[in-house]
Design a protein around this ligand. Structure first.
Ligand code: SF4
Ligand code: MG
Length: 322
């Protein structure tokens, strides 16, 4: 498979400021040395609990946050190095769909204006052509041309997310980073929006980086899945490999909490002790060692390497080194 996006040793540290002079007193390692690739045309899901750094990973790739260090190669170009105009042009290729379609749509603009905005920003088409394109985009996401004149509050949650998707599609991107795109929606609406995303992927040759905390949603849509914990990628595999044969104790615990339809394959629920440690003070060695049921001495000292353990199945755990 040909990769379209290669993330190498990506770090995003946020300074913590304190005291009278607002000096830097620490840092939050929101994304701490994360590496993965996304293949052309696939959906790579990223899962993890809130605060694990999955959203920041997505935002840093698009440079909505500036990375602290690392590389983001998109079709052979390192996005981290691109300057003003070059990056601006590159933004056409990479778009984002946000979690909360209500918060991310300007309430004073009509749906038509919202969808047209990226076309204007990138100077695409005449005013008349843009209006035509907006109608076409509305149709593509399952809305009607007359919706162009309506305001965000006049739509349901699912319809608003369709508008957010139309806006992302307007500039014909190659990669879409979707950050919790269905988690604000009713369960009955979620699958409609997921199916729409799948149809659009087919139709427009899109590649998705799909970020979510809901393991069933990620399973539904992803070809491969990465699991993050405290700013680190702990496991990455194709969907079935990850869900049927999780190698990392954290993934095993996460999956054990998901109800399975077939009682034969029922897994024992693994209850993790303690809370997720603060990302401003992550545990030494394996970041998961404070909660891991299999913790060994080495885990408290040495950070396990993120390595391949069988065909395309990566994990970072000392248990697998034996
Ligand atoms: Fe658990 Fe050690 Fe593996 Fe970390 S490295 S997940 S603490 S066994
Ligand atoms: Mg998030």
């Amino acid at each position: 498979p040909q990769s379209i996006l290669d993330v190498r040793n990506l770090k995003k540290y946020f300074p913590i400021r304190g005291g009278v002079f607002g000096r830097k007193v620490g840092e939050v390692k929101a994304v701490d040395n994360v590496s993965f690739s996304v293949n052309k045309g696939e959906t790579l899901g990223i899962v993890g609990e809130s605060g694990c750094g999955k959203s920041t990973t997505g935002r840093t790739i698009l440079r909505l946050e500036e990375p602290t260090s690392g590389e983001v190669q998109f079709e052979g170009k390192n996005l981290v190095r691109l300057k003003g105009e070059e990056m601006r042009r590159m933004r056409r290729e990479l778009q984002m769909v946000f979690q909360d379609p209500f918060a991310s749509l300007n309430p004073r603009k009509t749906a038509g204006e919202i969808i047209e905005e990226p076309l204007q920003v990138h100077g695409i088409g005449s005013a008349k052509e843009r209006k035509e394109q907006v109608k076409e985009l509305l149709r593509v996401v399952g809305l009607d041309a007359f919706h162009a004149g309506r305001y965000p509050h006049q739509f349901s949650g699912g319809q608003r997310q369709r508008i957010g998707i139309a806006r992302a599609l307007a500039v014909k991107p190659k990669l879409i980073v979707a950050d919790e795109p269905v988690s604000a929606l009713d369960v009955s609406i979620q699958s409609q929006v997921l199916n729409l995303l799948e149809d659009l992927q087919e139709k427009f040759d899109l590649t998705y980086l799909f970020i979510a905390h809901d393991l069933s949603v990620v399973r539904h849509i992803s070809d491969r899945v990465g699991v993050m914990y405290l700013g680190r990628m702990v496991e990455l595999a194709d969907r079935d490999g990850l869900y049927e044969n999780p190698l990392h104790p954290y993934t095993q615990a996460l999956l054990s909490a998901v109800p399975v339809p077939d009682p034969e394959t029922k897994r024992e629920r693994i209850i993790l002790s303690g809370d997720v440690p603060s990302p401003s003070n992550p545990p030494k060695g394996c970041a998961f060692h404070t909660r891991c049921p299999h913790v060994m001495d080495v885990c408290r000292e040495v950070r396990p390497e993120f390595k391949e353990h069988g065909d395309g199945h990566f994990a970072a755990c000392h248990l697998l080194e034996k």
